[in-house]
Ligand binder design. Structure first.
Ligand code: NAD
Length: 247
C-alpha cells in the first residue's frame, strides 16, 4: 500500500538503533526524507547506511531537553521543513519503589517527557501553518499497564501521554495528528541488556519478541495520509502483551 507520504520530510529522534531506526527505515522506504539523531556519530553513520536515500544525521543527547529542541530546529533547517516528527529516546534504567531515587525520576522526566514536549513545541506550529503534520511518539506498553520494574519510565511516559492527548485535540482542526506507538517487548539493544531473547519471548502470548522493522511499519502507518482521522490515540504494538480492556 502506498502510504501517500512520498516527498514528505521526517525527524526521527534516537533513530540510530532499535525502534527509532526501524521507524526511520520504514518512512524512508515510503519516499520520506529523514533526519535522525543520536549521541554517537559512528552509530549514526552505521544507521544512516541502513536507511534509503540521503539521511541527515544530527548529534544530540536527549537527556538534555534543550538538545531535543535543537534537533528539530536543525532538522527543519537541513530538510527545509519537518512534516513528520517521531519522538523517541533511550529508556530509563530499571528500578522499583524501593530502588528508584528521585534523580532517576528527574532523568526519566527530562529524557522521556520534557525532551519530547520540546520537540513538539518546535515541530507542530509550522505543521499547523501548512495544514498537514504527523506526530508519533514512541512510548511503551507501560502507559497502558505500568511495568513493575520500570517505575521512572512508566511515570514519565504517563505524563507525556497526557500532553499528547491534549495537544492532539488542540491541533486536530489544522490537519495535524498526534499519536503514540506503544511497544511491548521488541528485540533491541535495550531489551538485550535486561533479559535474554528466550526469556523476553516467553513473557509474550505469541511466544516471541517483536521486530523493529515491523514496529517501524506501524509507525509509518500512523504517519500516513490514510491515517488522517486517527489522532489522540495510543497504538499498542505488543503481540497481545497488555491484558487490560481499555486499549
Ligand atoms: P535501544 O536502546 O535499542 O535504542 C535506543 C536508541 O536511542 C539508540 O540508538 C541509542 O543510541 C539512542 N539513545 C539512547 N539514549 C539517548 C540519548 N540520551 N540521546 C539520544 N539518543 C539516545 O532502545 P529501543 O528498544 O529501540 O527503545 C526505544 C524506546 O522505546 C526507549 O525509550 C525504550 O524504553 C522504549 N521501549 C522499548 C521497548 C522494547 O521492547 N524495545 C519496549 C517498551 C518501550
Amino acid at each position: 500500500m502506498d502510504l501517500g507520504i512520498s516527498g514528505r520530510t521526517a525527524a526521527v529522534a534516537a533513530g540510530s538503533a532499535g525502534l527509532g531506526l526501524g521507524s526511520a527505515k520504514a518512512l524512508a522506504a515510503e519516499g520520506v526524507r529523514v533526519a535522525i539523531c543520536g549521541r554517537d556519530s559512528e552509530r549514526l553513520a552505521a544507521a544512516a547506511a541502513q536507511i534509503d536515500g540521503d539521511v541527515l544525521s544530527i548529534a544530540a543527547d536527549l537527556g538534555n531537553p534543550d538538545e531535543g529542541r535543537s534537533f528539530v530546529e536543525q532538522a527543519i533547517a537541513g530538510l527545509g521543513s519537518v512534516d513528520i516528527l517521531v519522538t523517541n529516546a533511550g529508556g530509563p534504567p530499571p528500578g522499583m519503589f524501593d530502588t528508584t531515587e528521585m534523580d532517576a525520576y528527574q532523568m526519566a522526566f527530562d529524557m522521556n517527557c520534557k525532551a519530547m514536549i520540546e520537540m513538539c513545541r518546535v515541530a507542530i506550529p509550522p505543521m499547523r501553518e501548512r495544514g498537514w503534520g504527523r506526530v508519533c511518539a514512541i512510548t511503551s506498553v507501560g502507559v497502558k499497564q505500568p511495568i513493575p520494574f520500570l517505575f521512572a519510565s512508566s511515570v514519565a511516559r504517563a505524563g507525556l501521554t497526557s500532553f499528547l492527548k491534549l495537544t492532539a485535540r488542540e491541533v486536530a482542526a489544522d490537519g495535524v495528528t498526534v499519536n503514540s506507538a506503544q511497544p511491548g517487548t521488541h528485540w533491541t539493544d535495550r531489551v538485550s541488556k535486561m533479559m535474554d531473547q528466550e526469556q523476553a519471548g516467553q513473557s509474550n502470548p505469541m511466544g516471541v519478541c517483536g521486530d523493529s522493522d515491523d514496529f517501524g511499519a506501524a509507525v509509518a502507518f500512523l504517519c500516513s495520509e490514510q491515517a488522517k482521522f486517527v489522532t489522540g490515540t495510543g497504538l499498542l504494538i505488543d503481540g497481545g502483551q497488555a491484558t487490560g480492556l481499555l486499549d
